[in-house]
Structure formats: C-alpha cells, structure tokens
Design a protein around this ligand. Structure first.
Ligand SMILES: [Zn+2]
Length: 162
C-alpha cells in the first residue's frame, strides 16, 4: 500500500465533526454516509478501520452505546470487556501489518467526537525516531490515501485473524 502522506483537509473534517450526528453511533447503526470497513461487531462493541489513517492498519474500537467517558462511563465488567476486544483487534492488526510497536490511546472531544473510541495505531518498522509517537499519529502531518479496495483487502485480512 502507498504510505505517502498527503495534506489533510481539516476544514472539511471539522465541518463534518461539528455539524453531524455522532459518527460512531451512525457507523454502529449502519447509517454512516461514509463507507467504513467493519472489522468486528457484537451486541456491545464495534471495531472498524480508521477512515483517516496516518498508518496502515489503523483501527478503532468503540462501544455501540453512546458512552462519552473513557473510564467512568463503563462498569468494570464492560470496561474489561471492551479492553479485551482492543487487545484482540490489536493482535489481529499486528498479525497483518507486523508493526514495530502498537500505539493504543483514546482521544476525542466533547465538541466534535464525544463517543468513546480506542485507537489502535501500528507503527511500522523503520520510521525515524523523530517521526514516531505523536508525529506518526497526527493528521497535521498528513493522512494516507488508501483506495476503497485497499481498505477492503486490509479489513478482510484483519478479520481473518479475529
Ligand atoms: Zn455516539
């Protein structure tokens, strides 16, 4: 897959995030106006490929319910359940893209994307130190431009390990 990063259209991204209904709820309901490659789904969780990846294999895991607080929003049982899924999806991503490290984090914004989601971001081998960690994650440093067919192939490969 082409790993060239191109400038990201933040104005359009912000417009979508600030004016639309919750995008994670829309994906979970199958009503997103974007095609998202679903990696895993059950009664309580959904996992899908990042629509704006900065790294190949960048996946997101979220509860189906519109929960906004990453820790306090979950019972201990529900928290451990979704973290177990984060682990499973991360292992499947690792099996496909063989990263040097896997970054796990939860970000979000009460103004733009409040629905809790975990990022699974696989850093490939050979990235210079100065381009790792936050630099590798930030859309400010450009986004990948995978084709729908490339995303579909990647998702199928990851699903095969789940
Ligand atoms: Zn939501």
């Amino acid at each position: 897959m082409d790993t060239t990063r191109v400038p990201f259209d933040f104005a359009e991204y912000e417009r979508r995030r600030l004016t639309r209904v919750c995008y994670v709820c829309a994906i979970a309901a199958g009503e997103s106006d974007f095609e998202h490659e679903i990696l895993y789904s059950d009664d309580a969780h959904i996992a899908f490929l990042n629509r704006y990846p900065t790294l190949v294999g960048y996946a997101l895991v979220a509860p189906r319910a519109h929960i906004e607080q990453v820790v306090a929003g979950f019972t201990e049982e529900a928290y451990l359940s979704i973290m177990a899924l984060v682990r499973r999806v991360a292992l499947a991503v690792e099996a496909v893209v063989a990263p040097e490290r896997t970054y796990l984090l939860s970000l979000g914004s009460q103004q733009g994307n409040a629905h809790v989601h975990w990022h699974i971001a696989p850093l490939p081998p050979g990235v210079p130190y100065s381009d790792q960690q936050y630099h590798a994650l930030m859309l400010e440093n450009g986004a990948l431009q995978p084709t729908p067919a490339q995303q579909a192939d990647l998702a199928a490969a990851i699903r095969a390990h789940l």
